[in-house]
Design a protein around this ligand. Structure first.
Ligand SMILES: [Zn+2]
Length: 325
């Protein structure tokens, strides 16, 4: 085995060898040994000349490549392109647009868009649920879209509570505070398109993701009081200019929103609400895995590409959305 890559340049050179790329893909897709994706038989025959396997059972799709049953299924693009996309998305903290990726690899923008979105789907899996958060958990909501990202924060907050918020997408966030050297960890959820949804969407999100008995730190959104008595609720009153009271604050969550909005504003031409969930998964994954090396994040993401298929139609909701991002 050659030395594993540490940088994007090294990764591109490393996976340019089709045998190396194939062996790596095989290990990511079948960490416990190859089996037929249709029936599960493990005594499959390897056809070396085609880098495919053949199942001994009589059923359709007897022959299968390493791409079957993964985000790469039905794609004619080489494994080298896929690994470059996985490496880039796992590690570029500002994200990459389909235009940049197309220029980098020589594939079309439409193909690049499709590849990047499929990799983002794997990111959701790689981020995983990992059980409920506990200890001290900060909560906050924000709105994405419209012209708000260029506005002063106070004005934006005021707008968020008013009619303008209806044109934006509400996102709820939870941040488990790190302790004893552990890193803080975020989890995000799209609430709906306006503030009126907060009560209906935020509380179920918190209940689903936070262990009862945990300490919840938020601002004084009236809906939060519904968390009592199952959770220990501590709030600061942002409306009264109170942001920190001792250890009671949600600054970790607010800092995450700043990072998120800088990335969305700086990299992507536009983010349709329909696609926002995938961008959120991407940002949350990189934030939560920020302590690892580029190689660590690549392997974590590359190990999450199976069991997921996303056709062009499912991805876009309509047939020809190649220019949407
Ligand atoms: Zn089979």
């Amino acid at each position: 085995m050659k030395r594993e890559p540490k940088t994007l340049m090294e990764a591109i050179k490393y996976f340019a060898d089709p045998d190396v790329a194939f062996e790596a893909a095989k290990d990511f897709v079948y960490p416990n040994g190859v089996h037929c994706p249709t029936c599960g038989r493990t005594d499959v025959r390897f056809i070396a000349t085609r880098r495919m396997w053949e199942c001994k059972e009589k059923h359709p799709r007897k022959q299968f490549s390493v791409k079957v049953g993964t985000i790469m299924e039905d794609s004619a693009l080489g494994l080298d392109i896929w690994f470059a996309a996985i490496w880039t998305i796992a590690n570029d903290k500002n994200g990459i647009s389909s235009y940049e990726f197309a220029r980098m690899t020589g594939i079309t923008q439409k193909s690049a868009w499709h590849v990047l979105h499929r990799v983002r789907l794997a990111m959701k899996v790689a981020g995983g649920s990992g059980g409920k958060l506990d200890g001290t958990v900060e909560t906050d909501e924000t709105y994405i879209g419209g012209k708000a990202r260029n506005m002063h924060k106070a004005k934006r907050k005021a707008m968020d509570r008013g009619d303008h918020a209806r044109r934006k997408v509400g996102v709820a966030g939870l941040l488990k505070r790190g302790s004893d050297g552990a890193l803080s960890h975020v989890r995000l959820n799209i609430m709906g398109d306006h503030a009126l949804n907060a009560t209906g969407a935020v509380l179920p999100f918190i209940r689903k993701n936070v262990e009862p008995g945990s300490e919840i730190m938020g601002d004084s959104l009236p809906a939060y009081t519904g968390l009592r008595p199952d959770y220990l609720l501590e709030t600061v009153n942002h409306a009264a200019e109170e942001y920190v009271r001792g250890r009671v604050h949600n600054n970790g969550m607010e800092n995450f929103w700043s990072l998120l909005k800088r990335s969305l504003g700086g990299t992507y031409v536009s983010v349709e609400p329909f696609h926002l969930a995938r961008y959120l998964d991407e940002q949350a994954f990189r934030f939560n895995e920020r302590k690892g090396t580029d190689g660590d994040r690549f392997r974590k993401l590359a190990s999450s590409i199976t069991g997921l298929r996303l056709t062009w139609k499912e991805l876009t909701g309509y047939e020809d959305a190649g220019q949407a991002v």
